[in-house]
Design a binder for this molecule. Structure first.
Ligand SMILES: [Zn+2]
Length: 245
């Protein structure tokens, strides 16, 4: 699985859409930060049609970031008139007020990367850490995990909206409250003012999912591929960083 981008063929009407990504024939969903009162709710027909899109074993892919999800991990997301099955990392940014209050993560200003790519990157990072912990003999994986800890700190230092700018203790809740205050027409235009903001989820919220993702999406991914993806990420976003040789 590619950690960084959707597969080719994701564009609507693309002639070379992969057979196994046929559900990606829709344009990618928009994961602009939002709140649930403004979101379109699925009716029963929509829900059952989306559940049917999952495979017979109840598994499927997140239509935004491509990770494997099962029925319990699936959320329904409406975007630009289409319906999607998405993972919770892709659902919560668009429903900030639904994030469990005990672990709401942070809002960061990070226009360089889409929310879906940020989610896929973070997940890759967490899975490598998981592999390194479950297989301590694997020195190569441990090295990659150590390097990733540096990356985690880099992301931790990205400017946070309320903590750094408004000097407030919490972040996601205040951002969601601000969205609540907007008039409908302002909310519809929020990409103009808030387009560069992303939700930075907390790893603790995904303790249960990480082993599932490791098993389903990353098991056969060689650590060198992960390292090369990480290097690409860092070259693009933090030019002074070099992965450990
Ligand atoms: Zn997703």
């Amino acid at each position: 699985m590619n950690l960084f981008s959707r597969k080719k063929g994701a564009v609507k009407g693309s002639a070379d859409a992969d057979r196994d990504t046929s559900h990606f024939s829709l344009p990618p969903p928009n994961l602009l930060l939002g709140i649930s009162p403004q979101a379109t709710k699925p009716n029963e027909d929509v829900e059952s049609a989306l559940i049917k899109r999952l495979e017979s074993n109840g598994h499927g892919k997140c239509d935004a970031c491509g990770v494997t999800i099962n029925g319990d991990m699936r959320h329904s997301l409406s975007s630009r008139g289409n319906w999607y099955n998405v993972c919770s990392m892709c659902y919560y940014p668009t429903h900030l007020d639904k994030i469990p209050f005990y672990d709401e993560g942070n809002i960061i200003y990070f226009p360089n990367m889409s929310q879906a790519r940020l989610n896929a990157f973070l997940r890759g990072l967490w899975v490598v850490q998981f592999f390194a912990n479950t297989d301590p003999e694997n020195e190569e994986m441990r090295d990659v995990a150590e390097t990733l800890s540096d990356l985690e700190r880099t992301l931790e230092h990205v400017v946070k909206v309320t903590v750094n700018i408004a000097k407030a203790p919490s972040d996601t809740g205040i951002y969601a409250s601000t969205l609540h205050l907007l008039q409908d027409h302002e909310y519809a235009q929020r990409h103009k003012y808030f387009g560069g903001f992303r939700w930075l989820p907390s790893k603790d919220m995904y303790e249960k999912e990480i082993p599932f993702w490791a098993q389903n999406d990353y098991k056969n991914l060689h650590y060198e591929q992960m390292a090369s993806n990480i290097t690409k990420f860092m070259e693009e976003y933090t030019p002074s960083f070099r992965i450990k040789e």
